[in-house]
Design a protein around this ligand. Structure first.
Ligand code: GN1
Ligand code: MG
Length: 366
């Protein structure tokens, strides 16, 4: 085992004796490891947080602590198991929520909830419905959380901010890739007003600010063996933002019949059965508190977040791949095209999506 990792592991209050620390998963941002201990002692997740993206890790960890404390109180009150149904941050031996190493890298750890299953794809409507319930419940439990969170990712789902970044990078064209992606740039420009108009509803307060997760893909939910949703994980991006984006981002990831970076665009389209199921799960938990303005914009949020993802991947490509981890030179461009195909499919199905949302809101309101 990497001796350095082992030394990092010693800084945390892990129960038992560490047997092995090995890489886990394929996150696009952080480096994640599983910490396996001897015998019956709990295992843990250890992460090196990406400090280029998360420029205030201490505040990020405070946010996570606030959110998980609130969730745990709710879960306990309802007779649930707070160790299984909410994330538990593991502190360092000196009682901190993170460890900063000699290279100024930030590390954080949490308890690994045993006997859970994660999925990379929503391969059945039943699973998608459970995923929707999971994020819906998460938002519902946090709907009365008054304590503000620190905005550790200013402008994260803010289209005005994204276009500001976009305009700067397009003007700079730092690695000379702009000419090659003229058509793709037009995909963004032709939707600028439509997307800014949606964000204007957040700016005016028509769409309220709530506690939101901001990275609601299926792999960020733990399921139990029976396929029921257990716990929402990866809380790095918990923020005060508009809650529809959590729904929209989930639709972007769950309903895609292909991969986020599929090279075969024929694979990529919206699976409307999955759409209907996720929407049902989500609204079953949220229809009780969403405002009329939020309800009206549920379906649009899926287009909004998918558009944002097209923009972010393309912007990173033009910028020379500084944000997302890439497997090769064209990876961000492949992602851009696949996400654009998905956006087109959402646009084609938009009327039907609106009808499904309307129908289900009416059902859950009764
Ligand atoms: C990033 O690291 P990961 O895979 O959980 C990104 C999300 C994107 C996602 C695309 C902080 O999430 O916003 O939607 O990649 N997270 C951040 O797969 O930028
Ligand atoms: Mg994440």
């Amino acid at each position: 085992m990497n001796q350095n990792l082992f030394e990092i592991g010693k800084k945390f209050k892990f129960e038992g004796t560490v047997k092995e620390i090995r890489p886990l998963g394929e996150g696009l941002i952080n480096d994640t490891f599983i910490v396996e201990t001897e015998g019956d002692s709990p295992d843990y997740i250890l992460q090196r947080k990406n400090k280029n993206i998360f420029q205030n890790v201490p505040a990020m960890m405070e946010n996570i602590q606030k959110v998980t404390s609130h969730l745990k109180k709710k879960i306990e009150a309802e007779g649930g198991d707070p160790m299984r149904e909410a994330l538990t941050v593991t502190q360092t031996t000196d009682g901190k929520l993170y460890y900063k190493d000699a290279d100024d890298e930030y590390w954080a750890a949490c308890y690994l909830i045993p006997d859970t299953i994660t999925y990379e794809k929503a391969d059945s409507p039943a699973l998608a419905e459970q995923g929707g319930r999971g994020i819906g419940q998460f938002q519902a439990m946090l709907a009365d959380m008054k304590e503000p969170l620190t905005d550790i990712l200013p402008g994260f789902h803010n289209m005005r901010f994204r276009f500001k970044q976009w305009d700067e990078i397009i003007a700079k064209d730092p690695v000379g890739r702009k000419a090659e992606v003229k058509e793709e740039i037009e995909w963004i420009e032709s939707r600028r007003d439509e997307m800014l108009n949606f964000w204007a509803k957040a700016e005016s307060g028509e769409l309220p600010t709530r506690v939101t997760h901001n990275d609601t893909k299926i792999s960020n939910i733990l399921f139990d063996k029976h396929g029921n949703v257990l716990c929402v994980i990866d809380l790095d991006t918990v923020l005060n933002s508009i809650c529809l984006n959590d729904y929209g981002d989930a639709i972007r990831s769950y309903t895609n019949a292909g991969l986020e970076d599929d090279e075969n665009l024929d694979n990529v389209y919206v699976d409307m059965k999955i759409f209907e199921a996720y929407t049902k799960g989500y609204l079953s938990q949220t229809a009780g508190f969403l405002t009329p303005a939020e309800m009206e914009n549920v379906a649009f949020s899926a287009k909004y977040i998918t558009f944002e993802q097209v923009l972010r991947f393309l912007m990173d490509y033009i910028d020379g791949d500084n944000y997302y981890k890439v497997k090769n030179e064209k990876h961000n461009l492949v992602r851009t095209r696949a996400q654009y195909k998905l956006l087109q499919s959402l646009e084609e199905n938009y009327d039907e999506m609106c009808n499904i949302v309307k129908k289900q809101i009416a059902e859950f309101k009764n």
